[in-house]
Design a protein around this ligand. Structure first.
Ligand SMILES: Cc1cc2nc3c(=O)[nH]c(=O)nc-3n(C[C@H](O)[C@H](O)[C@H](O)COP(=O)(O)OP(=O)(O)OC[C@H]3O[C@@H](n4cnc5c(N)ncnc54)[C@H](O)[C@@H]3O)c2cc1C
Length: 406
């Protein structure tokens, strides 16, 4: 049998690469250091541009069943309590089969992919296995892996690094990860408090506030009534212990959303947030995808979306190369996905954060007015949403050719 494709990382991106390769008949061996997919409260928002890719793999119906279909999102001015703008993905109906977002927690997406992987004999999924070294030579790649049976070396034809922001694969390949880290960490507080029924917020609501912006969004969790995740910036000087204490958590929620009773808080998590893009998504036989290749702040929900789009783009080309096509197709993968990671995702996620936290009252008012005007004009709203829904980035990537990769 031909050498398999090795994958380091069994988060949603690594699993999706494994599924698509496996279905194309390619042998795959995947390793992840955890015992199973992690269920911390990270990605949920899955955009139309990504649903197009997941739909081709037959995942969307199940994601809608275990998640929430959310056609609308809103912007609010927190100090005045004014709703500034509401966008309805229904306006995109002529442009995509999926004119809505699905709020599906990333561990559920991972679980749905894992269920499908069980049917594929050519894909081996090894949780509880840490990749400790990665190398390549002229004919293939070698991974040193530490698992329950000790250390072993695995040989493959290609290696996909889907091992997250701290990617050992990226570091082993000597690929730079330039960008910056935000000084403030982001805190995620999850509560069953029903912001829709009590306050009229829709399942994706963004709050601009010069003192403390907020994202408030709903996930279906274990079923109705679901849970709401609120995301805030934190004081860089404060300790983790102080930020996560009961008193601080209650004070933060009460300051933002006053309530006569204390909030029930079911999760509290603190995240360091970066804006970085790998200098290349390919080094010979080593390919990067997902957070291993690019990281960004979560405002707008674009990180995992970009990673799943990487996976589909990469697999299409890798399967062709394994079948005998020119390896330069993989340079095209690098060009297409790195370009949109920089031009679209970095620009949009940084812009989203700046819009919510703007302190200059004149600029702030101008930004909010502009949002209101865009929302009120269907043609401008469609253009705006093609970017936020990550359709424009997919179209841009598809338009780039091998000549540009030369
Ligand atoms: C608060 C928050 C909210 C977010 N919301 C959204 C959202 O709504 N929409 C969105 O698109 N994105 C969102 N994101 C971003 C999203 O969570 C990430 O982009 C996503 O997890 C990336 O998936 P991945 O599979 O590339 O990496 P990961 O999920 O990080 O998975 C990497 C895997 O690699 C494994 N691994 C690492 N090192 C090794 C090793 N040496 N050996 C073996 N295995 C290894 C890890 O165990 C892990 O399972 C959010 C992030 C945060 C923090």
């Amino acid at each position: 049998m031909n050498q398999p494709v090795l994958i380091s990382g069994g988060g949603p991106v690594g699993l999706f690469v494994a599924l698509l390769l496996g279905r194309a008949g390619v042998g795959v061996r995947l390793f992840d250091l955890n015992e199973c997919p992690q269920n911390d409260p990270r990605a949920a928002t899955t955009h139309p541009g990504t649903l197009e890719v997941l739909g081709q793999a037959g995942l969307v119906e199940d994601m809608a069943r275990v998640g929430l279909v959310a056609p609308k999102f809103q912007f609010w001015d927190r100090p005045s309590g004014r709703k500034v703008a509401e966008f309805d993905h229904g306006l995109l109906a002529g442009l995509t089969p999926y004119p809505f977002v699905i709020q599906c927690e990333q561990f559920k997406t991972a679980q749905l992919i894992l269920e499908r992987l069980r049917d594929l004999d050519n894909v081996e999924i090894n949780y509880g296995h840490e990749v400790i070294a990665a190398e390549q030579d002229g004919t293939g790649v070698s991974l040193r892996v530490r698992g329950p049976a000790g250390e072993q070396t695995h040989r493959g034809a290609w290696l996909v690094g889907a091992d997250g922001g701290r990617s050992l694969v990226r570091k082993s390949a000597g690929i730079a990860f330039d960008g910056f880290t935000w000084p403030e960490r982001f805190i995620v507080l999850t509560t069953p408090f029903d912001f829709e029924a009590e306050r009229g917020y829709c399942p994706r609501s963004y709050f601009a506030d010069p003192d403390e912006w907020c994202n408030c969004f709903k996930v279906s969790a274990d079923g109705p009534p679901g849970l709401w995740r609120t995301v805030f910036p934190t004081d860089p000087a404060a300790s983790e212990e102080a930020l996560l204490s009961d008193a601080a958590v209650q004070a933060r929620l009460q300051r933002f959303f006053p309530s006569t009773t204390p909030y029930e808080v079911v999760h509290r998590n603190l995240y360091v947030t970066h804006q970085r893009v790998a200098a290349s998504f390919r080094a010979g036989r080593i390919l990067l995808a997902g957070d291993a290749a690019h990281v960004n702040n979560p405002i707008g929900g674009m990180g995992l979306n970009g990673g799943l789009q990487d996976a589909a783009n990469l697999v299409e080309k890798l399967v062709a190369v394994i079948g005998g096509a020119d390896q330069r197709l993989l340079d095209l993968y690098d060009l297409q996905r790195r370009t949109v990671a920089t031009e679209f995702v970095q620009t949009a996620s940084i812009g989203n954060k700046k819009r919510l936290e703007e302190r200059d009252p004149v600029v702030r008012e101008r930004n909010l007015d502009e949002l209101a005007q865009i929302a009120a004009d269907p043609a401008r709203a469609v253009q705006f949403m093609q970017n936020s829904a990550m359709l424009a980035s997919q179209r841009r990537a598809a338009s780039m050719t091998l000549q540009e990769a030369a």
